[in-house]
Ligand binder design. Structure first.
Ligand code: DC
Length: 221
């Protein structure tokens, strides 16, 4: 398929390890669209909390979030927090463990959603996360919900962590993902849920290319 020059917005949600980041990034390249990794922004804020020792002091953290500058480069592959490249630091086990607790704070979500909507205002964007189809871009032209069995999602995350030389086990990763799923789906504000008009894609046992073909097959360019 050729690249498109259009104003369409594609929103994609799903749990950790469902494949949405890789798939969205590849579709962005394929179709010449902007890629927005919304989870990276919650991760950057979590890093900000850890670096400043304010993970328990929500008022101070909210102040810091209002002042900080989060920017992307290399079409969403790199993220900068106050001009520092934190693309690797936001993927550590410490951030993984805390991010769902930080992401449930409504004032923080409010700031991050505003920022995401500014980035997406011109369209030609594919954005992925937990609330992109429901809260951030409720009028998106295309909405997808990606999912996979928890074991498969744990295996994918385990493979990523092995590449980063993080010592862990598949069972430990599965337990961490299950805990995060529970927090992401049961929180009061903007929980992960399937939008009524989203197309559900089960990625279990499918290659990235197969998933991309399914999604691109739904998009009229
Ligand atoms: O997609 P990810 O694993 O990088 O996301 C990290 C965390 O950020 C996830 O556990 C929940 C939170 N998140 C969110 O609350 N809303 C989003 N739109 C994206 C991520």
């Amino acid at each position: 398929m050729s690249k498109i020059a259009s104003h369409i917005t594609i929103a994609m949600d799903g749990p950790a390890g469902s494949g949405k980041s890789t798939v969205a990034r590849r579709i962005a390249e394929k179709l010449g669209m902007l890629y927005l990794d919304s989870g990276a922004m919650y991760r950057a804020v979590t890093l900000l909390a850890l670096e400043n020792g304010v993970e328990e002091d929500i008022t101070k953290l909210i102040d810091l979030v209002k002042q900080c500058i989060i920017e992307f480069d290399d079409n969403g592959k790199k993220i900068f927090l106050d001009s520092v490249d934190v693309s690797e630091e936001i993927r550590t086990p410490e951030v993984n463990k805390l991010v769902a607790d930080i992401a449930k704070i409504p004032e923080i979500r409010h700031e991050i959603v505003k920022h995401q909507q500014r980035i997406g205002a011109k369209g030609n964007i594919i954005a992925e996360g937990r609330d992109l189809t429901t809260i951030v871009f409720p009028d998106a032209d295309y909405k997808f919900y990606l999912d996979a069995s928890i074991r498969e999602r744990a295996k994918r995350r385990y493979a990523d962590l092995q590449e980063q030389n993080v010592k862990t086990t598949i069972d430990a990763v599965e337990a961490e993902i299950a805990a995060r799923d529970e927090k992401d789906t049961s929180r009061e504000h903007s929980p992960l849920q399937i939008a009524d008009d989203a197309i559900r894609v089960d990625t279990t046992g499918k290659t990235i290319d197969e998933v991309i073909d399914i999604i691109v097959g739904h998009i009229n360019t």
